[in-house]
Design a binder for this molecule. Structure first.
Ligand code: PAJ
Length: 285
């Protein structure tokens, strides 16, 4: 694999190496099996891929979160070395490369940017859109790989592509979990032992909730989710919404769920200082 940290060098290399289909996997590092599943999918689909590692400051609305975000670059590179091919590229730019001047662009994504993560992390998706659009314009990938773990991010990126008419296809990969069900996340290593022990309650609860939809209506399911998770010391539910995967319109009652659409229950939980998100499909019954 090749490690490149400037835009100029990246573009020189891509000019030389680009083949039929260029794959792109954006990450903020602290890699785990979830990230690696995207990398493996990219490798199996594309003869050349770029994996970026960059902790993007503009998507953090909480300074503390940005400060404590893990940055184990050496370990990340060792993990990537085991799966990448000779010409695949790891792109590790610094802030000056990605933001040579302040990025003042304001994006607007309509309804998908008016609920869930957007309400609780104001400005977050604007920062994601700034960095992902910059990557797309520098790299010009044919396919970009994203995880369903960040359900709302996938919808935002699809809308970003539509609005800007980027010629990139999106491949969405399923959530990779720890054996106890906790969705893998770079933030999991920041959980205190007792909080980590209780964290599987999140997936367990939303799994049970997705079964409940057969017999119960949504207000009852929401009450169950909140009660079940908040039983654990230090856990509080920021939101739990059942939305469709295109327009992200929340269903308040079962009868509002439309046939032909796919629905997901999306949750954010504050587990002491750390915020965890997860989601699961809610089958239409
Ligand atoms: P990051 O949180 O590092 O995630 C990078 C990619 O890995 C995202 O597409 C995310 O959805 C995926 N991912 C994370 N955990 C996963 C899991 N358990 N299973 C499957 N996929 C998982 O998302 C970002 O970085 C940033 O917002 C970024 C897109 C890089 C822009 O800065």
């Amino acid at each position: 694999m090749k490690i490149i940290s400037t835009v100029k060098e990246l573009q020189v290399q891509l000019k030389e190496l680009r083949r039929s289909s260029l794959g792109f996997v954006p990450t903020m590092g602290a890699l785990h099996k979830g990230h690696l599943s995207l990398v493996r999918n990219a490798i199996s689909e594309c003869p050349l891929i770029v994996v970026s590692i960059y902790v993007n400051p503009t998507q953090f609305n909480d300074r503390e979160d940005l400060k404590r975000y893990p940055r184990p670059l050496k370990k990340d590179l060792a993990m990537l070395r085991k799966c990448l091919r000779k010409n695949d590229i790891v792109f590790t730019p610094d802030d000056n490369e990605m933001y040579p001047a302040e990025d003042k662009r304001i994006f607007s994504f309509g309804n998908i940017d008016n609920l869930m993560e957007s309400l609780h992390r104001p400005g977050h998706f604007n920062g994601v859109a700034q960095i992902v659009s910059r990557f797309f314009e520098i790299i010009l990938p044919n396919v970009a790989f994203f995880g369903l773990k960040d359900f709302q991010q996938v919808a935002v990126i699809k809308e970003l592509i539509r609005q800007n008419q980027y010629k990139v296809k999106i491949a969405v990969c399923p959530v990779v979990r720890e054996p106890d069900g906790l969705a893998m996340s770079s933030r999991n290593i920041l959980l205190e032992p007792q909080v980590r022990k209780n964290a599987p309650v999140i997936f367990k609860t939303i799994s049970e909730a997705s079964e409940m939809i057969r017999k119960s209506d949504i207000p009852e399911i929401k009450a169950f989710v909140k009660k079940s998770i908040e039983k654990r010391a230090g856990f509080s539910v920021e939101y739990f919404e059942i939305v469709d995967d295109r327009e992200l319109i929340p269903a308040g009652l079962k009868k509002e769920m439309e046939k032909g659409k796919r629905y997901y229950g999306c949750i954010a939980v504050r587990a002491k200082k750390i915020r965890l998100i997860d989601n699961i499909e809610f089958p239409l019954v």
